[in-house]
Design a protein around this ligand. Sequence first.
Ligand SMILES: *Cc1c(COP(=O)(O)O)cnc(C)c1O
Length: 439
Amino acid sequence: MVTQERKLVTEIPGPRSAELLARRKAAVPQGVGTVLPVFVERAEGAVLVDVDGNQLIDMGSGIAVVSVGHHAPEVVDRAAAQLDRFTHTCFMVTPYAGYVEVAEALNRLTPGDHEKRSCLFSAGAEAVENAVKIARRHTGRDSVVVFDHAYHGRTNLTMAMTAKNAPYKDGFGPFASDVYRAPMSYPFRDPDGMTGEEAATRALAVIESQVGAERTACVVIEPIQGEGGFVDPAPGFLPALVEWCREHGVVLVADEIQTGFGRTGDMFASDHEGVVPDIVTTAKALAGGLPLAGVTGRAEIMDAVTPGGLGGTYGGNPVACAAALGAIEIIERDDLAARARSIGDVLLPGLRSLQAAHPRIGDVRGRGAMVAIELVEPGTVTPDPVEAGRISAACHAAGVVTLTCGTWGNVVRLLPPLTIDDDLLADALGVLADAIESR
Ligand SMILES: *Cc1c(COP(=O)(O)O)cnc(C)c1O
């Protein structure tokens, strides 16, 4: 039983973590980054316990994965019971019920009440790749439209779809072709007063002139961008894109890998404006920490692929499926979307009052428990990644795990487990405030 409190007994990282860090450096390539080199021994709820006995508040949830909290009994018990029965058969060889039950849950929970199908994979990037395969097969078209600041993964196709060069793409080309990039609605950086509809018109003009609807298989968009900086498009942007896609037979893919399962205060971020995507990709919070990803879409689109065209050895692993059923049970039963909204009701006003006193906080944004501050040179929109790094490092030293993001690395983002209690959340916000003020 890990008490839900922050407690430091050594400096961060402590001596045992430092020892492991030296071994890590000798054994693991530097290309696999480290945000905060404390080595974790166990975790429960919103608290990580490191090998030196420090207790840190996890405001990153392993990048929006453990939304139901670390070591949630429903996840652990179901996964353990499945481990005891069998670990693998390959769903394409001899199927099992857990996969079907997760598919049914995804079909029920994702936006829209049309007939749907879901297939399962192991990682988010794989889900995005398969969504593109399905959209191409269904439409008979090749082109994929993505947006500025987009992040869709690290495989070859998803690198091409991801916007940011270093560190994701630099030196890793050549990239997949037929990927086109349109301007995103980015209220903090767009011309003053630009509406979502106007931003959509700007994006669609680029798509129509550089690609053409008749060549476009799919438009892939994160309803709130994740790695790209928690960019929350102006209201009206997503609905206008969806309408254009419908009109032209283009498949609208909502990449909800980071935003899904209650994170933004709705079950899916698309729900916020009542947007019904043709395909939704999921992963991260889906299975409470086990590797599982999903592609859910309209039955007629999903069934365009002939038998054998989709799959993978491990996709929809039975242990991961069992964990997902546990995670989904918690998310629905405890209404974690509502809990995300109340987390936002603490974080957003807290950060806005800090912004009033600190001109380097150019923007406070996000929804629910997906919240960020964008750091800039005072009075400008010039990115200040040094300040974002400084704030994040100060949080780490005080025992709060925060992540940065954004095209310029100048955004500090908060993604706590949705089950975090009020005291711990207040403590984490206080640490962040001290970090901002310690400049
Ligand atoms: C994390 C992420 C991915 C990639 O998922 P992996 O499991 O790391 O492959 C794709 N899209 C979005 C929006 C993500 O946040």
